[in-house]
Design a protein around this ligand. Structure first.
Ligand SMILES: CSCCC(=O)C(=O)COP(=O)(O)O
Length: 830
């Protein structure tokens, strides 16, 4: 039997990975004791006699009988023969518990399974081969019978271990008898008690410290090791196994059922038992290390080996703790792996999912921000447009009011001039009613001009509005570009921006044309005024154009305000000039009145000069009026032309802004208007010069009046003393003539030179230089040599002398004045 056991053991050991071996008892463990007692043994007894009788003549039977007579072994052999016959004919069917084949199938994957029974090895083999659950002999690697020793002897377990090539600690013995368990435990093996129905009850005191199971599937992970039990007090203060078993029986069954399919868990339970056995210290440390190494070919196996079995609840409290401890590393890694995987997936998926999500959200945010920006821009542009429209309206209103005021002022001025012209009551002035009429007509035309100007101004305001809008659009474009630079807007906005930029460029290109169209309307007003304002206006225009050329956002308010201020200044200057001219006229009229009064008082001397002066005065007035009229007509003509040009230009500009061909025509018109304005400016320059000469003439007339008064006094004295002091009268006359000649600077210089040649001191109080001339009584030739006029004057003085000479000289002087005034008029007409 021992040899059989060894051979079977050797055959199976090489195939197992682990060194631990589960050693099974038969009766009461894999089969019921009732089957052994009630079936197997009676079957043998019954069939043994028959077998003996049938085979009595057989040599084998004869040898057995002889042997039984001496050792009782033959009976065992006869039993084997009986069992074999029964198993073979089916009359005997060995019983096994239902959990046996399942447990064997599980254990046999990683463990060796051996059988240790009182029946012979052949009987054991026949038994496992013909069980009610089928042939289970294939899971059994080794069979041991009583040949190795009594089951209650611990040495038997040592031998078995030796035969299995393992240590007793590597042996797990499962049986139903406490004495055998104690022997195995004593040998160092792990002894597990199993309680099945019909087994002999184990006293609780004896079973204390042993693991008790009711099914092989409940095989505990740690098992009961002798050492552990030995470490605990034998009195077993620990709870009795039965109590733990009964309390946890239902749960163990359920869990066992659940864990049946998990083969690795059972294997791990066995490995845990091995570990527990190693912890007892009975095993060799090296072997334990080897088992650990062998049982750790892979991570899963090592984990599975340490994993708790489903039968864990059956285990005692300490084992449960170990199982929980062993669970933790097993369950935690998968969890950790899963968590790692999940986290990795999350980390991988999250960025992938979050990135698109964040990208989409960002895009949505960007779109929202873009929409918000566009909305804000639209709102801002609307606000700016509304503001500009309001400002343009206010500017228009101001301009209209200013223009109305201007029209009123012009009307009053025209009335004043008309009244003045009526006051002259001369024939020439009557003849000059035509220009006065023209003035009135021109006033009418001025009124028409004003209306035209209003229209032009309205057009200007429209153009200014357009320029303001253009500037606003430029500002919008700038704002848009600035916002686009900060914010990455979509392509739609870029297109809009580009379109706006193009529109802004076109508008900027149109600006100079529009602004050029504004020039005539401005120069209309400049014609009435002086050149300074024109220059200033040009400068302002140039500055505006430069600003526009630079791309600066020049608000139209400043330009319009400047224009308004300039126009106002121009109007003020014009008004001042008109006032000055009117004052000059008043002064001249006053002087005339004074002369008349003096004439009426002085009699002879005053008549001719007064007449001539009166003749001259109307002429001078005529000159003035002519110059004024001509200036007015020139200005009016230019105004008319400019008005027409402005109207046409503004109409052209306003109507032709949309078409480029019309814009070119408008530019041509504007250029023409600029040329017209230049010619008008030149004319105005000549007119202003003539006006200055007229002022000088006025001064000379004043001096003439003074001299006449003096001549009057001299004539009176001459009358009183005809023979004496002719020089004084002559000097006075010369003074007057010189004063008249003084109009011409060259004549004054020449006369002064000739007079200084004589170098005689004068006693006259009137004018020192002229008194020098007067003192030169012998210097008449000098005076005559000064000029042709001087010759005439000298002749007159010589021939006439006295009162008559003075009158003739005055007439000559008046003629000179007339000639000069005529030359002025001619120059003005030219
Ligand atoms: C399976 S062989 C027959 C079993 C038998 O004879 C026997 O006595 C079993 O007792 P044990 O508890 O030792 O297996």
């Amino acid at each position: 039997m021992s040899a059989e056991n060894e051979s079977s053991t050797a055959n199976s050991n090489s195939e197992k990975r682990t060194t631990s071996v589960i050693l099974l008892d038969v009766a009461g463990t894999i089969t019921s004791l009732n089957f052994i007692k009630e079936t197997l043994f009676p079957y043998a007894e019954k069939h043994l006699e028959e077998q003996l009788k049938a085979n009595w003549e057989d040599e084998n039977v004869k040898a057995l009988v002889k042997k039984l007579s001496s050792e009782n072994e033959e009976l065992t052999i006869e039993k084997e023969l009986t069992y074999k016959k029964g198993y073979d004919d089916g009359s005997l069917k060995p019983h096994v518990y239902s959990d046996v084949p399942e447990a064997l199938a599980i254990w046999t994957k990683t463990k060796r399974i051996a059988v240790y029974s009182r029946g012979t090895v052949e009987s054991q083999k026949l038994f496992l081969k013909h069980t009610t659950e089928g042939d289970l002999s294939g899971h059994i690697s080794n069979y041991f019978d009583l040949s190795v020793g009594d089951k209650q002897d611990d040495a038997s377990y040592v031998k078995i271990a030796e035969q299995l090539s393992i240590t007793p600690e590597e042996l797990i013995y499962i049986n139903d008898e406490i004495d055998e368990a104690k022997a195995a435990k004593k040998a160092g093996a792990t002894a597990i008690l199993i309680k099945r129905d019909g087994n002999v009850e184990i006293p609780e005191a004896d079973s204390a410290g042993f693991t008790i199971i009711s099914s092989l599937i409940e095989l505990p992970t740690g098992g009961e090791s002798g050492k552990r039990k030995n470490e605990e007090p034998e009195t077993a203060e620990a709870p009795p196994p039965k109590v733990a078993k009964t309390e946890n029986e239902a749960e163990n069954k359920e869990k066992a059922a659940v864990d049946k399919k998990e083969d690795n868990k059972i294997e791990l339970a066995i490995e845990a038992m091995e570990v527990d056995a190693v912890e007892t210290g009975k095993g060799e440390d090296k072997k334990v290390a080897e088992t650990v190494v062998e049982s750790a070919p892979s991570v899963s196996e090592s984990k599975a080996e340490k994993a708790p079995a489903a039968t864990e609840p059956v285990v005692a409290d300490q084992d449960v703790e170990m199982a929980e401890e062993s669970k933790a590393p097993e369950e935690s890694p998968p969890k950790s792996d899963e968590t790692v995987k999940k986290t990795a997936e999350k980390t991988e998926e999250k960025p992938k999912e979050e990135k698109p999500a964040t990208a989409a959200s960002k895009e949505e945010e960007v779109v929202k921000t873009e929409k918000d920006v566009v909305d804000k821009m639209e709102v801002e542009t609307k606000i700016v447009e509304n503001k500009l429209a309001d400002e343009v309206k206010t500017i228009d209103d101001k301009k209209k009011t200013d223009e109305v005021k201007k029209v009123e002022k012009d009307e009053t001025k025209i009335e004043v001039t008309a009244e003045k012209t009526d006051d002259t009551k001369t024939e020439e002035t009557k003849e000059n009613n035509v220009p006065i009429k023209e003035k009135t007509e021109s006033s009418e035309t001025n009124a028409q001009k004003e209306t035209a100007e209003k229209e032009a101004v309205s057009m200007e305001t429209e153009s200014s509005e357009a320029s303001a809008k253009n500037q606003n659009e430029d500002a919008k474009n700038k704002d848009v570009t600035s916002q686009v630079s900060t914010n990455d807007t979509g392509p739609k906005q870029e297109k809009n921006i580009e379109e706006k930029k193009e529109d802004g460029k076109e508008i900027e290109e149109k600006k100079p044309e529009i602004e050029a169209g504004e020039k005539p309307s401005k120069k209309e007003k400049l014609v009435d005024g002086n050149e300074k304002m024109e220059v200033e206006n040009k400068k302002s225009e140039e500055t505006i154009i430069k600003k526009d050329a630079k791309g600066e956002v020049s608000t139209n308010d400043t330009g319009t305000n400047k224009e308004e201020t300039k126009v106002e200044e121009m109007d003020a200057i014009n008004e001042d000039k008109l006032l000055e001219s009117s004052q000059d006229e008043d002064i001249a009229s006053k002087k005339e009145d004074e002369i008349k009064n003096s004439e009426s008082q002085n009699g002879v001397c005053t008549k001719e000069p007064s007449v001539k002066i009166d003749e001259k005065k109307p002429e001078a007035m005529e000159v003035e009026t002519k110059t004024d009229e001509k200036a007015a007509t020139s200005t009016e003509s230019t105004d008319k032309t400019n008005d027409v040009n402005t109207v046409t230009a503004t109409v052209d500009v306003s109507s032709n802004v949309n078409t480029k061909d019309d814009e070119k025509e408008a530019t041509k018109d504007v250029n023409k208007k600029e040329d017209d304005t230049k010619t008008v400016d030149a004319k105005t320059e000549t007119v202003t010069k003539d006006v200055n000469t007229e002022d000088k003439m006025k001064e000379t007339t004043e001096e003439c009046v003074n001299n006449l008064e003096k001549t009057k006094k001299i004539t009176e004295t001459n009358k009183e003393n005809p023979a004496g002091k002719p020089e004084e009268s002559r000097t006075a006359e010369v003074k007057s003539s010189d004063a008249i000649d003084g109009i011409d600077g060259e004549k004054m210089e020449t006369s002064a030179k000739t007079e200084n040649v004589n170098g005689e001191a004068t006693t006259s109080d009137a004018m020192e230089n002229q008194s020098d001339l007067a003192n030169g009584t012998d210097s008449n030739s000098g005076a005559n040599s000064s000029s042709a006029d001087g010759v005439e004057n000298g002749d007159d003085v010589k021939n006439n002398g006295g009162v008559n000479n003075s009158t003739t000289e005055e007439e000559i002087k008046v003629k000179k004045l007339e000639e000069k005034s005529d030359s002025n008029t001619v120059s003005v007409e030219a």
